[in-house]
Design a binder for this molecule. Structure first.
Ligand SMILES: [Zn+2]
Ligand SMILES: [Zn+2]
Length: 219
């Protein structure tokens, strides 16, 4: 899921816990509503994640006595509201994984914008001999797989030897893209009557008897 600009705006808001005065963390809402099943009506909520907060510290005993199970309360506030609620949590770690870091979100949004721009350029990149959007998508491990596949398919059509170094230097997490990219490289080298020197990996003419870069000799 892409954090929206709205999330980013919320993450900058400052709210404080009435129990401990700690700044509330901006978190993604859990996918379900514990109460009525109607949803939270919001993408984010502000939560007091202070483990020394009195509400949280005293909540364990209260829940044990009241409900006989091991849980406690965190103070939480929904955007646009002035008073929050005590929300039941089953563990200390609840919500700690869903905190929105405004800077991380900014980075994610920038990456996403770049991906979107690259996808938009795929249709014309072959006509314009523009390798850039193809490499942007192929080498972006977070990009949508469909876009990366389209980029991969365009590699051979672009027939640009400049794609080889960046691909060789990239660590693919999706090995199927790596395999396809390797096949594309072989096709591109062949179409350009080139090969990679087996010793230094520089691109040389396929008929070369010696590498002009490292001096390696071939049969
Ligand atoms: Zn608190
Ligand atoms: Zn060489």
């Amino acid at each position: 899921m892409q954090p929206s600009d709205q999330c980013l705006t919320y993450a900058k808001e400052e709210h404080y816990c009435p129990h401990c005065n700690t700044r509330l963390a901006c978190c993604h809402c859990p996918p379900f509503h514990v109460g009525d099943g109607l949803g939270w009506g919001s993408e984010v909520m502000f939560v007091c994640l202070n483990d020394d907060c009195q509400l949280f510290v005293n909540g364990w005993k209260h829940c044990e006595e009241q409900y006989g199970h091991c849980s406690s309360y965190r103070y939480m506030l929904l955007p646009g509201e002035t008073t929050g609620n005590a929300m039941m949590v089953g563990s200390k770690e609840a919500f700690t994984g869903s905190v929105i870091d405004p800077n991380a979100t900014k980075f994610t949004n920038d990456r996403y914008e770049k991906e979107k721009a690259a996808v938009a350029m795929l249709d014309t990149c072959v006509a314009e001999h523009n390798l850039e959007p193809v490499l942007t998508l192929l080498l972006d491990e977070s990009a949508n797989l469909e876009g990366r596949q389209r980029a991969c398919d365009l590699l051979v059509k672009l027939n640009d030897l400049a794609c080889i170094d960046p691909i060789r230097n990239h660590e693919f997490r999706h090995t199927e893209f790596e395999q396809q990219a390797n096949l594309a490289i072989i096709a591109i080298l062949k179409a350009n009557y080139c090969k990679e020197c087996p010793r230094c990996a520089e691109i040389i003419k396929s008929k070369a008897k010696a590498c002009k870069h490292c001096g390696a000799e071939f049969e």
